[in-house]
Design a protein around this ligand. Structure first.
Ligand SMILES: Nc1ccn([C@@H]2O[C@H](COP(=O)(O)OP(=O)(O)OP(=O)(O)O)[C@@H](O)[C@H]2O)c(=O)n1
Ligand SMILES: C[C@](O)(CO)[C@H](O)COP(=O)(O)O
Length: 238
């Protein structure tokens, strides 16, 4: 049997509303390069990755192909497909696009288009763990005390040592994550990450300890932080 390959699925079909910018946040410049191009570059440069599926709002596809994929010579991008109304729907469209490319045993690393600070070590650990048949979740321990609140009133305070902040990549065998997404469609379930779908199928999900730098660029202050991280690691263009 041939060795499983690894593919990246990059959901980048959100609207970036919380950033409040005049263009979709993923095209904002970070060190002189669009955020989404920086994220894709990590997968492009990794010898571990066989190909990339990029999910983009339908009306942005020509712009994104021209200004991101072609401009930065992201030759591993095998397809650019339209997203859906929720992140989960965008991921499902990406999984469908993989149907003729990936085998059930191949590994899919699902990674937010706006998390540019991942590295080869995290990709390697994700592929190894997902290859053992479990869901591989990159996460960090919560630094803050987290409250459960309803209508402005605190309901409970979960013990902090049990709380982890889910990041991406979240990685799985293709056959398993496709099935978890199909089940969610059948059950009308919408989750905010892919592991939650896997958990519903009673499949184990294990943690890979990530980095507090692996931020999801969501609000304007995240962009300030991201610029600081980048200049600390000495990176501008390209
Ligand atoms: N329907 C959606 C919603 C989100 N995403 C992607 O999922 C990632 C994480 O989402 P988030 O940072 O919350 O992005 P947005 O949904 O764009 O942000 P907002 O809620 O502020 O509009 C992003 O790369 C985003 O483009 C997606 O592919 N399809
Ligand atoms: C998948 C994720 O990045 C894990 O933290 C996150 O849930 C995505 O957030 P969104 O705002 O729901 O797109």
């Amino acid at each position: 049997m041939s060795k499983p390959r690894a593919f990246a699925l990059i959901p980048a079909a959100g609207m970036g509303k919380r950033m409040g910018a005049s263009m979709n946040k993923q095209y904002l410049q970070l060190g002189g390069k669009p955020i989404v191009a920086r994220t894709l570059q990590v997968f492009q440069d990794s010898p571990l990755i066989s190909g990339i599926i990029l999910v983009i709002p339908e009306d942005e596809i020509p712009y994104c192909r021209r200004e991101v994929v072609e401009k930065y010579q992201l030759t591993k991008v095998l397809d650019v497909v339209p997203g859906g109304s929720e992140r989960q729907h965008s991921v499902m469209n990406g999984l469908r696009a993989l149907q003729n490319l990936a085998a059930a045993e191949d590994i899919i690393l699902i990674h937010d288009g706006v998390r540019p600070f991942i590295d080869e070590g995290i990709l390697q650990q994700s592929i190894d763990l997902a290859g053992s048949g479990v869901g591989a979740l990159v996460a960090v321990q919560s630094k803050d005390t987290i409250k459960v609140v309803r209508d402005g009133v605190v309901i409970s305070t979960p013990e902090r040592s049990t709380l982890w902040q889910a990041q991406t990549p979240q990685s799985f065998r293709y056959g398993q994550i496709l099935q978890a997404h199909q089940q969610a469609v059948q059950d009308n379930f919408v989750g905010t990450d892919d592991c939650s779908l896997f958990e519903r199928s009673n499949e184990p999900v294990k943690i890979i300890t990530g980095s507090y730098r692996n931020i999801k660029i969501t609000t304007p202050e995240d962009l300030v932080l991201a610029e600081a991280f980048l200049s600390q690691q000495g990176g501008g263009q390209p």
